[in-house]
Ligand binder design. Sequence first.
Ligand SMILES: [Zn+2]
Ligand SMILES: [Zn+2]
Ligand SMILES: [Zn+2]
Ligand SMILES: [Zn+2]
Length: 246
Amino acid sequence: MDSICNPCSRRNCVSKLTHWCSDCEDGLCEKCLNDHKVMKMTQSHRIVDISEIPAANLKLLSIPQCERHPDCREDFLCLDHDVICCHACIKSDHNDCKNVSNVNGLSKGASKSELFIANMQTSQEVRDSMNKITEERQSVKENVTKQQQRIKMEIANTKSKFMEHINNLEKVLIHELTNIEKDNRMLIEEEMTDLRKTIKEVEEDENTLQFVADHGSESQLFTLLTKRRKKHDNILKMLKKNTTNV
Ligand SMILES: [Zn+2]
Ligand SMILES: [Zn+2]
Ligand SMILES: [Zn+2]
Ligand SMILES: [Zn+2]
């Protein structure tokens, strides 16, 4: 949209536009606005202050021009081709078309038309659906986060239970090991006591035998040897058994 007043530019002068007349599709300066307001024909036109229109919407108000003929408005609808175009296009491309209409005539009441209402309804429905989908996605996202936290906690719990189990197992094993070691030690100590006792007995027997050999008669020695033979054999047997065990 040009930022100059259209009626003024048609009078060959330049003034800045401040308002927009939707019915004339014209930009108006302050002076032309006042003229517009007093003329019977234009009194009831819908006029908006340009400063109240968001910048992004301004270009929507400019008059649609034909792309091929930039000087011409797109004033015609050819239903045969389903296109909107200018009178030059109609002349050159749609000479034989049967259903050509003037946009001006067709557009009367467009803001109350079924097409407009249906469009707005569809738009509303699409927006509602999109919002619903967005909400659903958001809730899925939150659920995933919650589940992740729950699984992390389960892993931590399992880990601590597992560690507790391992610690208990360690205690039991060490306890058993201590008992085995204690039993073994006691057994070996018992055996050693027996061995020491036997060594002492053998020593005493040796001394006795030596004494009888030195100072007794031969019959005394023979009797002693005979009496001792069985005991002697037992000691040798025990010795043999223990040596093979080692
Ligand atoms: Zn003006
Ligand atoms: Zn007007
Ligand atoms: Zn054209
Ligand atoms: Zn056509």
